[in-house]
Write a protein of this length. Structure first.
Length: 266
């Protein structure tokens, strides 16, 4: 079991804050905490800091393995995206990610020129014998994972719903994130989450187009197409909805993400 099985869901949930209509919100900083479980065991903890200005944003997400997974597969990552907001769309200017997997450092930096061009600096470079390369022609006009979901979330806040497909390049993989509006749902209180009540539910599916691992044990095609349920609700007074739960399935059991804290940050 590797943390990459659960990382896409974690990043989606952590990044999907509602920014509302452009200019409708004053500058706000929000810090969120999440716990992610698989098969009934806690496998990841994640935190996110969002800083939304009138025409710009920054999103910072950290995650680290927990429990037995953390003991045998120690892993942590820190990702940050900075960009501008235009008519409810998050347009990245810089995306950075640094982490450690089994003691080896890994970094990604993506620079956007504002006209569709993306320059990638990835260390260490991927070995073509282990991971299929992403063709250069598939990289232009893509966005980073955090900005992608931020844009979709903004569309929900603007009344467009979450039905959209977004092209994403994270430095190592090229994939499409597809969102679909499902409807409303009521979450009952539980000891894992600080939230209970009415939520808006969206369905999220990831389709990897390039950059797959070649080794045995990679996710099956069926697993890659398995959708996740992302639920959003207003938690902090004066702020639009935030992710409060994410649910899905994997070969290791049900995957559930709970909101464990939500506070206005200074």
């Amino acid at each position: 079991m590797t943390p990459s099985r659960f990382l896409p869901a974690t990043m989606l949930a952590a990044a999907a804050l509602m920014v509302g209509a452009q200019g409708a919100l004053a500058a706000e900083r929000v810090r969120l905490g999440y716990a992610i479980y698989a098969g009934g065991f806690e496998v990841l903890q994640a935190s996110m800091l969002l800083d939304v200005q009138r025409n710009s944003y920054s999103v910072e997400v950290s995650a680290e393995t927990q429990g037995l997974l953390g003991t045998f597969f120690p892993w942590r990552t820190l990702s940050r995206s900075d960009g501008v907001l235009r008519a409810g769309e998050a347009e990245p200017r810089v995306h950075q990610q640094q982490g450690s997997w089994r003691g080896q450092g890994r970094t990604v930096r993506l620079d956007y020129d504002g006209a569709g061009g993306v320059a990638a600096d990835v260390m260490p470079p991927d070995d073509p014998a282990e991971r299929e390369p992403v063709p250069p022609e598939m990289i232009p006009n893509t966005t980073d994972p955090l900005s992608a979901v931020l844009s979709v979330a903004a569309g929900v806040a603007l009344g467009r719903g979450c039905t959209e497909t977004v092209p994403v390049f994270d430095g190592r993989r090229r994939y499409d994130l597809s969102f679909r509006t499902v409807g409303n749902r009521q979450l009952a209180p539980n000891r894992y989450s600080v939230f209970s009540g009415a939520v808006t539910q969206c369905e999220v599916t990831s389709k990897v187009l390039a950059g797959n691992w070649k080794r045995d044990g990679a996710a099956t095609e069926e697993e890659k197409r398995t959708p996740y349920a992302l639920m959003l609700a207003p938690v902090i007074e004066g702020m639009p909805p935030i992710p409060v739960r994410l649910e899905g399935a994997s070969r290791f059991g049900d995957v559930i993400m709970h909101l464990t804290s939500a506070d206005a940050a200074q």
